[in-house]
Write a protein of this length. Structure first.
Lengths: 231, 204
């Protein structure tokens, strides 16, 4: 395609409408065409603002409070820095998680929130357990996930190999049609890791898996499978 | 394409809801959120919650669903504040983008499930939020009014194509089918419509 016909794609590109092939062609063209690059920048500013043109509506006053309350109980990062003994305790339900949470309050609020979330998942009426087996890349690894349609997924693993530089493990909740990312995992020095994540409403998992991916994670799995478990 | 630079956004003369000073304030707020300061989350909500809720209502036509979406987006923003990339979008743009994405996801999910229950109760319980910052409101009102006027002046074909894409999340093939027009025409209309909006935004 020439410049004229590629330029016609700029608006559809800015709105995310192009087919894969069109997008590839347009992006390749951008690399060589300052005019189209400039136009796209300008149109992106427009599309970024389209959402502001709607009729203003006032949210209910309770929404602000709900958001702040939810933040108080939600970790900002997952799967990092949580001591495994605590996770084990939580996952096996052997100890009074709330008691530990109270001890930690004010000191390790992230851990506390993780534990609370874990507790909610484990206590959910619809909780299900999935055992994950180490794959060819990590035969010594094993994992376990508890998922609840209403409360999310809680995951622990052990025996994961140390990550090479620039890589991270990524947890996937796999549905019939698509794998959904449930967060990034960085195991501690002994290969243990734990994570909790929300799940979008209506998700019906058929499997849970862990793959190795470039740092920062990816929208769909690309790397080798390390752990897989069928629901 | 290179990353969309903040300077570009500012230079585009776009005052739709965010002056340069507000952007800097948002950036500072995001940094505090990344550090775990939950009062920063409240501030971000006060600045952007209403726009997000309005967008959710427009896409979903359901106040309760819009409320859920806004809550989900702030929850995501809280957890991922450290991953926010100022080179890609303004904070307001980032929040609106997540609001749109989640709203359209819900819209699509709704098509395969029974319709959501009514939002009567939510509507009845609505109360006004505290008034937003007057200075911010002045900038916003002016820019948004200009955009809205320009949008109303688009041809019907341009307006519908942009609406179906942005608010209904339709693919270009679905838009072409709805408008009974060739794909090429749809693309051209979307581009010419967006260029008109752009011209209105930078107009003095």
């Amino acid at each position: 395609m020439d410049h004229e016909s590629l330029r016609e794609l700029s608006g559809a590109y800015a709105l995310g409408l192009l087919t894969h092939a069109e997008r590839r062609a347009f992006e390749a063209h951008l690399g060589t065409c300052a005019e189209c690059t400039q136009e796209l920048r300008e149109l992106t500013v427009v599309t970024e603002s389209l959402g502001r043109m709607v009729e203003p509506r006032d949210p209910p006053a309770r929404l602000r409070e709900q958001i702040l309350r939810a933040a108080g109980a939600a970790p900002r990062q997952r799967g990092r820095g949580t001591p495994f003994w605590l996770l084990l305790a939580a996952s096996l339900g052997l100890m009074a998680v709330g008691g530990y949470a109270a001890l930690l309050r004010g000191r390790v609020s992230e851990t506390e929130a993780t534990v609370r979330h874990t507790e909610r998942i484990l206590a959910a009426a619809d909780v299900k357990r999935v055992d994950l087996a180490g794959q060819e890349a990590a035969p010594g690894a094993s994992g376990r996930a508890f998922w609840s349609r209403s409360h999310g997924v809680m995951f622990t693993a052990s025996g994961l190999p140390a990550l090479p530089k620039g890589k991270v493990y990524q947890l996937w909740v796999v549905t019939k049609s698509v794998p959904l990312s449930a967060g990034l995992l960085t195991p501690d020095g002994s290969g243990h890791v734990m994570a909790v994540a929300d799940m979008p409403p209506g998700v019906e998992p058929v499997a849970v898996a862990v793959t190795i991916e470039p740092e920062g994670g990816v929208p769909s799995p690309t790397g080798a499978k390390y752990l897989v478990g069928l629901v | 394409m290179g990353p969309l630079l903040r300077q570009d956004i500012a230079a585009a003369g776009l005052a739709a809801g965010s002056s340069v000073a507000e952007r800097d304030r948002d950036l500072d707020t995001i940094r505090r959120m990344a550090g775990g300061d939950s009062s920063a989350l409240g501030e971000l909500y006060d600045r952007h919650g209403r726009a997000m809720y309005s967008l959710g209502c427009r896409i979903l036509s359901d106040a309760a669903d819009a409320e859920d979406v806004v809550q989900e987006v702030f929850s995501q923003a809280w957890r991922q504040a450290s991953r926010y990339d100022a080179q890609r979008a303004s904070v307001g743009g980032w929040l609106l983008m997540m609001t749109r994405t989640r709203s359209i996801d819900r819209l699509r999910a709704r098509q395969v499930r029974p319709a959501a229950t009514g939002d009567v109760e939510a509507t009845l319980q609505q109360q006004r939020d505290p008034s937003p910052d007057p200075e911010a409101e002045a900038v916003t009102t002016d820019a948004v009014a200009r955009m809205r006027r320009a949008f109303a002046e688009l041809t019907e074909g341009q307006r519908l194509a942009i609406e179906l894409a942005y608010f209904d999340g339709l693919s270009q093939a679905d838009i072409a089918e709805q408008l009974r027009e060739p794909l090429g025409t749809v693309k051209t209309r979307i581009r010419s419509g967006l260029l008109k909006l752009r011209a209105a935004m930078v107009r003095e």
